[in-house]
Design a protein around this ligand. Structure first.
Ligand SMILES: NC(=O)c1ccc[n+]([C@@H]2O[C@H](COP(=O)([O-])OP(=O)(O)OC[C@H]3O[C@@H](n4cnc5c(N)ncnc54)[C@H](O)[C@@H]3O)[C@@H](O)[C@H]2O)c1
Length: 398
């Protein structure tokens, strides 16, 4: 059982509290911190929470608090983490960990120095489909992973502070790139070093200082590419899609917009359809259980089981730090329009991972390239000569 202080009574505080109370009924949020008393009281009432406070420190230092969950705007993560670490409390922080790598490493150092349990709340590596896909990849079903494409796009965030660069720290690259980058890292291998990035981040439409559209490529030491596609100006709802390409297979996942649940209504009744849905009539794409589909249940189960077992959850502050370093490099690249190195001050993965390669001997003289059955029914084989390097083709004899 864990007693939780929830910091933040907004959108994510709500999702987190519903998830925590839903699955492992032994865990309870016992105090909510909201700077606004009316909202704090209303949140407490809605979720059956006994305490509320307008003091962050009071919630953290409450002797009843085992775990601090941070669901505050990005500019408050550092302060909240430092306070939790100073109080010796376990701490789970939402994404992005920091507004930049400098903040993230300060948070990493604070929790590690204090020796407190830490978890990075990256829910999008925990959706049921993603966990199953990750198991398949780890079992070698796809061979060697060469390229991961992860997309998160929607028509823009729901609160003023996201759009204010000084508070948020950045635009869509920071807000949603962090999800896509960590999804790709999980498929490619978190122990493989991200070496360099190329990114395009522009303010195409919205009247804001930060970027509203960002694309990028993260190259890993073995040559694998993690491609992210993020936008706050996408129309049509929230699109969460991942593709994994390997030497022996492929996975395509649609996590949100098209999950196999389609509904038509001629209108007349208004109501919530799904996060960031843009229409309430016509063809709609609801989501069965958003808490499950977005990974929140699995995430908190992993976090709280690890807390009890004194083991590490799938996502820790260290992962949050690595993601922040990759995003910092992306911002540098968007400015320089060049590939920029990822400068990790702390690296805990493998050194010198060999390049992805697949050499299949065909016969004494040739290396196999590929085989394909043609429309006339014959099978064509493409080969490479081991000595001259010449590529040739032949028809397979029965
Ligand atoms: N999938 C996800 O993991 C996910 C989804 C949404 C948001 N988030 C993250 O959660 C955090 C909060 O986002 P949100 O969507 O809940 O935002 P929100 O605007 O819905 O809620 C933020 C809460 O913080 C409060 N707040 C704002 N400024 C404050 C201040 N100066 N002091 C104290 N409280 C303040 C607001 O009143 C509100 O209750 C962000 O870091 C965001 O990136 C994560």
């Amino acid at each position: 059982m864990a007693r939780i202080a929830m910091l933040g009574a907004g959108f994510i505080g709500d999702f987190y509290t519903y998830s925590l109370h839903a699955l492992r009924s032994r865990d309870r949020v016992h105090v909510i911190y909201s700077r606004d008393e009316t909202r704090g009281r209303a949140f407490a009432k809605k979720h059956g929470i006994s305490g509320w406070t307008t003091s962050m420190k009071e919630a953290i230092n409450d002797p009843e608090t085992d775990i601090v969950v941070i669901g505050l705007p990005n500019n408050l993560h550092l302060e909240a983490v430092k306070s939790a670490a100073a109080a010796g409390k376990a701490v789970l922080c939402t994404k992005p960990l920091g507004r930049n790598a400098e903040e993230a490493i300060e948070m990493l150092e604070a929790v590690e120095k204090a020796g407190v349990f830490n978890g990075y709340l990256e829910d999008l590596v925990y959706p049921p489909k993603t966990l199953k896909a990750l198991d398949a990849v780890k079992a070698g079903t796809l061979g060697q992973v060469t390229w991961v494409r992860s997309r998160e796009t929607h028509p823009g965030p729901h609160s003023d502070w996201f759009w204010t660069k000084e508070i948020s720290g950045g635009g869509v690259l920071l807000d949603m790139g962090c999800h896509c980058i960590e999804i790709a890292r999980n498929y490619i291998g978190k122990d493989i070093r991200p070496v360099e990035v190329m990114s395009v981040a522009d303010t195409l439409v919205k009247p804001i200082d930060a970027e509203d559209n960002a694309l990028g490529w993260v190259r890993y030491e073995n040559g694998a590419i993690g491609q992210f596609e993020t936008s706050w100006i996408f129309r049509g709802g929230m699109d969460l899609r991942d593709e994994v390409m390997g030497t022996e297979g492929t996975i395509w996942i649609n996590n949100f917009l098209r999950t196999g649940f389609e509904m038509f209504t001629a209108g007349g009744k208004e109501g919530y359809v799904a996060e960031k849905a843009e229409s309430e009539k016509g063809w709609l794409f609801p989501v069965g259980d958003e808490l499950a589909e977005l990974g929140y249940y699995n995430m908190f189960t992993d976090m709280l089981n690890a807390y009890e077992d004194r083991s590490e959850p799938l996502e820790t502050f260290y992962d949050g730090y690595v993601v922040n370093e990759i995003m910092d490099a992306c911002y540098r690249s968007a400015k320089s329009k060049k590939w920029e190195p990822v400068t990790l001050k702390v690296w805990r993965g493998k050194e010198k991972t060999p390049a992805i390669s697949e050499v299949r001997e065909y016969d004494k003289a040739h290396i196999f390239v590929k085989e394909e059955r043609m429309p006339d029914g014959k099978v064509k084989i493409i080969l490479k000569d081991k000595i001259t390097g010449k590529i040739s083709q032949k028809i397979k004899q029965k």
